[in-house]
Write a protein that binds this ligand. Structure first.
Ligand code: RP5
Length: 161
């Protein structure tokens, strides 16, 4: 996408991409300029701080941050920006993402992270929540979001068992 990104989707490892590509796909479907990057709270701490610190000046309005295990990425992002940060806990091999969930959601009061569910559903909902935030001031986007809900409704009502 050529326009300046409005949403940044970052993840702690390329191994998170299988889940996070679903956020990427939804943002693309809604024609939201966005960028996806691998940045780690632990493996690239300085670059993560720099990237997040510069995000608002580059026109980013929402940050989606996904990580697994000792999942500190979303919290570290929130510490470095006033932008809304949506955290997506990745499913982990050993604890099925409970570790990621608790380390993402249990932020100290004062530095919020809006935490979604574990794995792919969380990735999709993070994209939809980012879109809803942008849609507050963009009527055309709000219209698209409404018709997406309508599509889901029609699909459920058309189910035949
Ligand atoms: C986290 O550790 C990443 O977000 C990923 O979910 C997890 C495992 O990373 P890899 O060892 O697969 O790179 O930082």
């Amino acid at each position: 996408m050529d326009a300046a990104p409005l949403v940044s989707v970052i993840m702690g490892s390329k191994s998170d991409w299988d889940a996070m590509r679903q956020a990427d796909e939804l943002l693309t479907r809604f024609e939201i300029p966005h960028e996806c990057r691998v940045l780690s709270a632990h493996r690239t701490p300085a670059e993560t701080a720099q990237y997040v610190g510069d995000a608002e000046a580059r026109g980013i309005e929402v940050i989606v941050a996904a990580a697994g295990g000792a999942a500190h990425l979303a919290g570290v992002c929130a510490a470095h920006t006033l932008l809304p940060v949506l955290g997506v806990p990745m499913e982990s091999a050993s604890l099925k993402g409970m570790d990621s969930l608790l380390s993402t959601v249990q932020m100290p009061a004062g530095i919020p992270v809006g935490t979604l569910g574990i794995g792919s559903p969380g990735a999709r909902n993070a994209a939809l929540l980012a879109i809803a935030i942008l849609a507050n001031s963009r009527p055309e986007l709000r219209r698209k979001l409404r018709s997406y809900r309508e599509e889901q409704r029609a699909k459920v009502l058309a189910e035949v068992l």
